[in-house]
Unconditional design. Structure first.
Length: 483
């Protein structure tokens, strides 16, 4: 069903935001009727986004105009609701108030407010806001013919611009690394590892601010992760978390970064097979559900929900604790309808992969195929090639278990061609496809050789990542032994 901005906005509101809007909207009531509140309530209670359905309601006269007005009315109420929610919003409001005062001819009052804004922006590293503040200070001082103060404003403007550009350099390199990791998912060869290391090595100086320190240590983590040096990852990860927790403005600035850093620490413990510490760290992550910043954003809540549960499921699956994993899925299924529409596809699809693995264990093959086809048929999903590769390969195995032998040749060739086009046909993928297409040939020696090669790949530093969720080697061995 096609979504629309007004419907999405209303569905994203918390109960307290809805209550605040109702109070706010009373100021815009004409007479005894507030049709905008009626329209708000109707949309809040329905899943039907049809304009025709709205036109049929007695309180709607001009559906396009009224939807547009309601949309902006909600934004106005949220603007007041979040007036001083974060340092960034406080500074922005200082700037807006100063501009109004300057426009009214109250320049000295404007300069006093800008001084407060400058102090807050400096303490929270809001360099871009500082640029605006100093520019406005320059304009006001020039208007007052105080050219000495105007020159000072320009000097501080230049300094803030340099600070902003330096931070942007850190952000640019770190984001390029994130993009590369997100595109590929797991690193599968030296070329991919070298690409990460080359990008991460561009910043080789110690940072001079907390925000730069976050990006600097994130790049250290990315570099060490590409080398699979998980033990050394712990130090920069703990530094990142310490920076966030000792500077609340950093959490306000990047709550998703804070959530990700805790998840990455738990995932590192998982790589080190310290599952007790991994689960303990995930408990800390789960506690963040009550954080006011997380609760204010359904997308952040969805992100946290899937990260937390995905890693818990992975640990249980890796340890062959399928009953425990299935219990988690049953416990959280009631939250799917709320979180799934707001979650990034990469964490949602990762969750589907884990659920498919659990379903496979319990031989629920038809449901597993339906879920796998959601990912396979999504042509818009162009990141996390590790997820796409894995699910296509695993889909073949499910068809094999269902004894869909007539489909295996076609699906196998289709998968092989797809992986070739995406440069993801690595040794493990090639061997599994070779096994599936040759399993009915009766060539026992060929199948045994495939198994021997899989044993070697299972120990390979890059190829071993394919065996963490499903042991392809053990599965092939079982099929050969059973024949």
């Amino acid at each position: 069903m096609k979504k629309e901005p007004l419907f999405d906005l209303i569905k994203s509101l918390s109960m307290s935001e809805k209550r605040f809007f109702k109070i706010f909207s009373q100021r815009h009531t004409i007479g005894n009727e507030n049709n905008y509140v009626k329209l708000f309530d109707y949309i809040d209670q329905t899943d039907n986004t049809s304009n025709q359905d709205l036109i049929e309601q007695p309180f709607v006269k001009n559906v396009a105009a009224e939807k547009n007005y309601l949309y902006h009315l909600i934004l106005k109420s949220l603007n007041i609701y979040y007036y001083d929610f974060s340092y960034k919003m406080k500074v922005q409001n200082f700037i807006t108030n100063a501009e109004i005062l300057a426009y009214k001819g109250l320049e000295n009052q404007a300069l006093k407010i800008l001084k407060k804004a400058e102090q807050m922006a400096t303490g929270t590293e809001l360099y871009q806001h500082l640029i605006t503040i100093h520019q406005l200070q320059f304009e006001i001082n020039s208007k007052l013919l105080d050219y000495g103060a105007a020159l000072t404003s320009l000097k501080t403007l230049q300094a803030s611009t340099q600070q902003h550009m330096h931070l942007t350099e850190f952000e640019f390199i770190a984001t390029a690394v994130y993009q590369k990791r997100t595109e590929k998912g797991g690193i599968r060869n030296d070329e991919e590892a070298d690409a990460i290391q080359q990008l991460a090595s561009h910043i080789n100086s110690n940072p001079d601010s907390n925000k730069k320190a976050l990006f600097y240590n994130s790049l250290l983590v990315a570099n060490l992760n590409s080398k699979r040096d998980y033990r050394k990852q712990l130090s920069p990860l703990l530094t990142i978390i310490s920076l966030y927790e000792s500077n609340d403005y950093l959490i306000q600035s990047s709550p998703k970064g804070y959530v990700s850093s805790i998840y990455n620490l738990a995932n590192t413990y998982r790589h080190l097979e310290d599952y007790k510490l991994a689960l303990h760290t995930l408990d800390k992550l789960q506690e963040m559900e009550e954080n006011r910043i997380i609760r204010s954003s359904v997308s952040l809540s969805a992100y946290l929900f899937y990260l937390n549960n995905n890693l818990r499921l992975f640990i249980h699956i890796h340890n062959q604790q399928f009953e425990e994993a299935y219990q988690i899925v049953q416990n959280i299924e009631k939250n799917y309808s709320h979180f799934e529409p707001h979650a990034p596809k990469q964490v949602y699809y990762e969750h589907l992969v884990l659920v498919i693995r659990i379903l496979f264990h319990f031989k629920a093959y038809n449901k597993a195929i339906r879920y796998s086809n959601i990912i396979i048929n999504d042509s818009t999903f162009k990141v996390r090639m590790d997820i796409v590769t894995y699910i296509r390969l695993f889909n073949l195995i499910i068809h094999y278990e269902k004894n869909n032998l007539f489909s295996i040749d076609y699906f196998s060739q289709s998968t092989k061609n797809y992986l070739k086009r995406k440069n993801r046909l690595f040794k493990t993928e090639n061997l599994i496809i070779k096994f599936l297409t040759g399993s009915d040939s009766g060539n026992k020696k060929q199948l045994t050789n495939i198994h021997k090669d899989l044993i070697k790949l299972k120990k390979d530093s890059y190829e071993s990542s394919m065996f963490r969720l499903f042991d392809f080697e053990a599965w092939v061995n079982e099929k050969i032994t059973r024949e």
